[in-house]
Design a binder for this molecule. Structure first.
Ligand code: ADP
Length: 595
């Protein structure tokens, strides 16, 4: 943690951050806060009254032995505590409800924000980090606001009411009791500084726990086959220990306010007793006022302690709020232009015009002056060595990134001028290792087009050569695929993804052919399904099959971020160069000649 970070969350920074949090999230609920303030005022007033009434209890009953007042005073005490109980209930319920609303709003806002980010945003924030911010830090927003509201509304008002009682009963004694305030304030501010560093470190360890669980779950096959369990266990243990130690430290620091406040509380009471004793000896003591005073002093002790700890507790929550804002303040980098147009749903050509793109300003360009065309309604193959830029071309068509130079157009329209929804509708992609959502097979296909009917889903599955194996499952389409489709084979996952794309029926298709991960039989089923899917669409395919390149209308050879050759299979074979070399290397003619 740097010095500047420390300063950022200094007391002023924290106040600024809190005000922002409150005005962005809490202010909307001002009505509820107003009502709960009324109840908290009642709590404070009845607390003050319960101390005040001690004077009559002592003077009227014990000193003056006034029979007539015994029952009224007892009833008065009951009334005070009933009102206090009801007011406390109402105040807690109202505040909790508003707090939960705030969490829900913050989470919805976070999610919208995350969805609007460029793909590389997810390289910067790991899933563990995001998950922790969503759950843990969104709660901090509620905790921070509620803490301040209850401190002001309940504790501060109670303290005022009780101080008023003390001053009214015996101003001199009140002065004596208040002598302990300055050392209390001084002691507590010192603890605040320590708590900040610990809270931040605790978050990092929490996020690490989530990341490790997630990695172990998603990568369980790799973990098992490489016997990485000890490594994962060690990482997890370190993260768990980190959280434990930080929690211990937080508890130690916040509990350190207790010895301080208890001692000072004792000192205050002792001072009052000394002062009162001296008054009794001098002969001008009012026992009722004295007991009322002591009661107020004892009752003031809890709210005073909570107020003293407010900064310490709040500081820990505000670290969470800061991390929340760090996420919310990450600028979305891909904008939908105002007035972005829709795309017609006809096959349209895709054109790259002198496109340059770098993932990182400091890195080599991933694409460097790339120009090519993929004609409408036909198949265009991209081939070339790995790392050449083929996937980057796909990413730019889907507008996961914007190019640094040049333009990408579909049907003559720049992709940045097409509305997001229309672009997503126009482009379907099937990757080598398609992502499946946790849920049923049916739902996974339906993701292609949410308003599709059951018949349409099944028709798509049939076209994708998937219906047969799906029907073979005991639960058919209702089979759960497990997170990221772990219960399905690679070929099955691909065919579900193809069915999804069939259902979407998009005019533009981006296809990343599987290399050799499939066995021959399932490869031919997938290939058949893909051939069916490609018909009549503008298809751009990262090709690994000989039949694909042979039947492609056009082939572009991509190497080092540039288009190095273009033409039909026959042209390119004839002209020699990289294509013919790759062809000999990459395409196993024996295997694929049948196609
Ligand atoms: P291909 O699909 O032809 O194998 P890619 O488009 O994946 O090639 O990669 C082109 C270049 O861009 C490579 O040098 C690769 O390292 C780089 N690259 C790809 N994806 C990213 C990313 N998310 N962040 C940074 N660099 C990337």
């Amino acid at each position: 943690m740097t010095d500047t970070k420390e300063k950022e969350t200094g007391l002023w920074g924290m106040r600024h951050l809190f005000l922002r949090l409150f005005f962005e999230n809490g202010w909307r609920h001002w009505r509820s806060y107003a009502i709960s303030f009324v109840f908290m005022g009642l709590v404070a007033a009845t607390t003050g009254l319960s101390a005040w009434i001690m004077r009559d209890v002592i003077n009227e009953i014990f000193v003056d032995k006034n029979r007539a007042l015994i029952v009224p005073i007892a009833l008065g005490v009951v009334a005070i505590f009933v009102v206090k109980g009801i007011a406390t209930y109402a105040q807690v319920v109202i505040l909790t409800r508003v707090g939960n609303r705030i969490i829900a709003d913050v989470q919805a806002r976070l999610f919208d924000h995350v969805l609007s980010q460029r793909v590389d945003f997810f390289d910067r924030f790991s899933i563990g980090d995001l998950a922790t911010r969503f759950s843990h830090n969104a709660q901090s927003a509620r905790e921070a606001i509620n803490l301040v509201v209850t401190s002001i509304g309940r504790d501060f008002f109670s303290l005022i009411a009780l101080t008023a009682v003390m001053v009214l009963q015996d101003p001199g004694m009140a002065m004596v009791a208040l002598l302990v305030a300055p050392p209390a304030i001084f002691g507590v501010t010192r603890l605040i500084r320590q708590i900040k560093a610990v809270a931040r470190a605790e978050f990092l360890s929490l996020a690490k726990i989530v990341t490790t669980i997630q990695e172990s779950a998603i990568g369980i096959r790799v973990v098992k086959s490489f016997a990485l369990e000890p490594v994962m266990r060690k990482e997890m243990q370190a993260a768990i220990d980190g959280v434990r130690q930080r929690s211990d430290a937080m508890a130690r620091i916040s509990a350190a306010t207790s010895p301080l406040m208890e001692t000072l509380g004792g000192v205050a009471i002792a001072l009052v007793i000394l002062y009162a004793g001296w008054r009794v000896v001098a002969g001008d003591a009012d026992p009722g006022a004295f007991f009322s005073f002591i009661t107020a002093l004892l009752l003031a002790y809890e709210p005073a302690k909570r107020l003293a700890r407010l900064n310490v507790t709040l500081q820990a929550q505000m670290i969470g709020v800061e991390l929340l804002y760090q996420l919310l303040d990450a600028e979305p980098q891909i904008w939908e232009k105002t007035g972005a147009a829709a795309l017609p749903r006809d096959p349209a050509p895709i054109r790259f015009d002198r496109v340059g793109f770098r993932y990182d300003p400091a890195a080599m360009p991933a694409l460097d002056g790339v120009s090519f065309e993929a004609p409408a309604g036909q198949t265009t193959a991209l081939v070339g060595p790995s790392g050449g830029g083929k996937s980057t071309i796909f990413a730019l068509i889907e507008r996961f990134y914007d190019p640094d130079e040049g333009s990408v157009t579909i049907g003559g329209k720049d992709v940045s001028a097409i509305s997001f929804s229309s672009l997503r509708e126009a482009v379907a992609s099937v990757s080598q290792n398609p992502f499946l959502f946790d849920g049923t097979v049916y739902r996974n296909i339906l993701m292609g087009r949410l308003d599709a009917t059951e018949e349409e889903v099944m028709a798509a599955a049939k076209d994708a050569n998937a219906h047969e194996f799906i029907s073979g499952f005991p639960e058919g389409y209702e089979t759960r695929v497990g997170e990221d489709g772990t219960r399905l084979s690679g070929g099955q996952r691909q065919r579900i993804a193809i069915a999804r794309a069939m259902l979407r029926d998009a005019p533009v298709l981006l296809l990343d052919e599987a290399t050799s991960s499939l066995d021959a039989q399932s490869e031919s089923k997938v290939a058949e399904a893909l051939d069916r899917l490609m018909v009549g669409r503008t298809t751009l395919v990262i090709a690994h099959r000989l039949s694909t390149v042979r039947h492609a209308a056009l082939i572009h050879v991509i190497e080092g971020g540039k288009v190095v050759q273009s033409g039909s299979h026959a042209d390119l074979m004839q002209s020699g160069g990289l294509y013919s070399q790759l062809h000999d290397l990459q395409f196993d003619t024996n295997r694929d000649d049948a196609a």
